[in-house]
Design a protein around this ligand. Structure first.
Ligand code: TYM
Length: 345
């Protein structure tokens, strides 16, 4: 296999209600990766329109995700921050991948089944083909590492299958074009840390999500300190004290979730948190979690609000990031066309 320079790519959909799961499962980890890797962070507006988005809200939410990236500490000068629709190679490569991926592969995607529910006949074609666009996002940059939450694991596996099938189907042409062995890397999912699947504060069996009708189920990144405190105080728990070791969290989904959140916010392991709080009642643990959450999220929320007041600042960052992204994706797409046999002028 050709060796590829390590490069990180990831994205967040601008669909409103950015929450603690998006932060701990993804954005916080994007920040960490930028110290060791070249990173490309995308606001995936083309993914968002796979379900209806009000145009004014879509633009607002695109700026909000960008503001969250910046407020969390992503350095848009050193790394690339942009919105997907400003780089046409995503759509171009996605079409090629629509012709590489198999129906059977997409039929297995659990997220489509969850999102489309009983109404699959009435879903957009885009919602069904969405994982092919996701593969294009990553592979248009030959990205090798993709930090995501656990819910994206299946989509990442599909991206690897697509890359592999393209490499196999076009093996002769790829060699002919001068690539020693394989054109696309097989991107690796990075699903790490104590909060790869943050659960609803109201129900430990449900993922924390942007679309949960109850705002109490999630902590939004735009929430102020009082709201964060109120939501944590109201979070569902069980009557027992916290265990001293991790196996004691088994069958206690709400307790496990709050401990995971604490650990991820404090950059500790769950074991370390339990060593500190084992034996404590929730009446003692929750106030400690409130202090930590307010301390970590409060400044970020205020910075996001400040950034949101300066639309042109954000739009300029997206424009500059998109221009840089195109300089990487354009030559890769040119090679894809050559490999496939498309005539280019
Ligand atoms: P999206 O917008 O649903 O979520 C953005 C990121 O947040 C993570 N996440 C969570 N992590 C932990 N606990 C949760 N409750 C939770 N909810 C969401 C997601 O795993 C994700 O990492 N398809 C992607 C966006 C995307 C993408 C890409 C990602 C498009 N192209 C290319 C990586 C590479 C999505 O819908 O994420």
């Amino acid at each position: 296999m050709t060796s590829f320079t390590p490069r990180v790519f990831s994205g967040v959909q601008p669909t409103g209600n950015l929450h603690l799961g998006n932060f701990l499962g993804a954005i916080k980890r994007f920040v960490d990766m930028q110290h060791s890797h070249e990173c490309i962070y995308c606001v995936v507006d083309m993914h968002a329109i796979t379900v209806w988005q009000d145009p004014a809200e879509l633009a607002r939410n695109t700026r909000e995700v960008t503001a969250a990236y910046l407020a969390a500490g992503i350095d848009a000068k050193k790394h690339i921050v942009f919105n997907q629709s400003q780089v046409p190679q995503h759509a171009e490569l996605a079409w090629v991948f629509n012709c590489v991926a198999r129906m059977g592969w997409l039929n297995r995607m659990t997220q489509f089944k969850d999102k489309a529910g009983k109404n699959a006949e009435n879903s957009s074609v885009g919602l069904y083909a969405y994982p092919n666009l996701m593969a294009a996002d990553i592979l248009a940059y030959h990205a090798t590492h993709v930090p995501v939450g656990e819910d994206q694991k299946q989509h990442l596996e599909l991206s690897r299958d697509i890359a592999q099938k393209f490499n196999n189907d076009f093996a002769k042409s790829i060699k002919g074009a001068g690539f020693s062995d394989g054109f696309f890397p097989l991107p690796e999912p990075l699903i790490t840390g104590a909060a790869t699947r943050v659960m609803s504060l109201k129900d430990g069996s449900k993922k924390m999500s942007k679309s949960d009708p109850s705002d109490l189920s999630r902590i939004n990144l735009a929430d102020d300190a009082d709201t964060i405190a109120r939501k944590i105080k109201k979070a569902r728990t069980d009557p027992d004290p916290l265990p001293s070791e991790e196996p004691g969290l088994k069958d206690r989904p709400e307790a496990a979730n709050l401990v995971g959140i604490y650990a991820a916010l404090a950059d500790k392991s769950k074991a370390e948190v339990l060593a500190e709080f084992g034996g404590s009642q929730f009446s003692a643990f929750k106030p400690a979690l409130v202090d930590l959450a307010v301390d970590k999220l409060g400044p970020m929320g205020s910075e996001m609000k400040k950034l949101m007041d300066d639309k042109s600042y954000i739009d300029n960052i997206l424009a500059a990031g998109s221009a840089r992204a195109r300089t990487i994706a354009e030559p890769i797409m040119q090679d894809v066309k050559k490999i496939i046999g498309f005539i280019r002028s």
